[in-house]
Design a protein around this ligand. Structure first.
Ligand code: SAM
Length: 211
């Protein structure tokens, strides 16, 4: 198993010094950012889709939004983060990469920010990468902002392996979160308004195309 992972790691493209610094920062400060294979897959899918506008839920230190903006040069991103400290760190990294004109960080709880903030705003893609176990709520609140033909990407459906365990082997305090993610996955795979596929890349991603 390790041999396979080492081999896959070698296939990941090299990143800029700033991105390596961010990956190291995330590691040192225990900030969960997207796994490299998931990040590569998402960037590649977005390169095919070519969205002009993306809404991201869960900025953390700005890593995923900056990696996306670096690759998709005509795309602007609005990203929401509830942790004030992370917002400050993200804004500093975004400025260092000179991406502040294309990435707007909104500080606040994505489930609580006023809908008025998004009046007249629509997005070609929405990327959900915030509190696990709340994805259905995020989806229901933000899906109305998606343009026809747009795509919603959801990360972390495998929950670092927890999703695949029998419930009896999941630590008790994590069972509600795991059940919620399972229910969300089933619900979305059967949603009549979206054509959804589950990709077992990174930590597991749901890709939903609005019909
Ligand atoms: N997308 C980031 C990346 O790959 O670089 C990683 C995001 S991290 C997995 C999840 C982030 O979502 C955390 O920083 C957390 O504070 C934030 N978060 C969780 N629930 C949230 C909510 N309801 N509203 C806004 N941010 C939230």
């Amino acid at each position: 198993m390790e041999v396979k992972e080492d081999y896959l790691k070698k296939l990941i493209k090299p990143r800029s010094d700033l991105f390596i610094e961010m990956e190291q920062y995330a590691k040192n400060h225990h900030v969960p950012i997207m796994q490299l294979s998931g990040m590569e897959s998402l960037i590649h899918l977005l390169s095919l889709q070519k969205p002009r506008s993306i809404l991201e839920l869960g900025t953390a230190i700005g890593y995923s939004s900056m990696r996306i903006a670096s690759k998709l040069e005509n795309t602007s991103i609005v990203t929401i983060e509830r942790d004030k400290e992370k917002v400050e760190v993200a804004n500093k990294f975004i400025e260092r990469a000179n991406l502040q004109k294309r990435i707007q960080v909104i500080e606040g709880d994505a489930l609580e920010v006023s809908d008025d903030l998004f009046q007249n705003m629509h997005f070609d893609a929405i990327f959900i990468d915030a509190a696990k176990g709340q994805y259905k709520k995020f989806f229901e609140k933000y899906a109305p902002l998606l343009n026809d033909g747009g795509v919603i990407y959801c990360d972390n459906l495998l929950l670092n392996g927890l999703s695949e365990l029998p419930m009896t082997e999941v630590p008790r305090r994590k069972r509600t979160m795991v059940r919620n993610q399972h229910q969300f996955t089933e619900w979305l795979l059967n949603h009549p308004d979206y054509d959804t596929a589950f990709l077992p890349v990174g930590d597991g991603m749901l890709i939903s195309i609005k019909r």
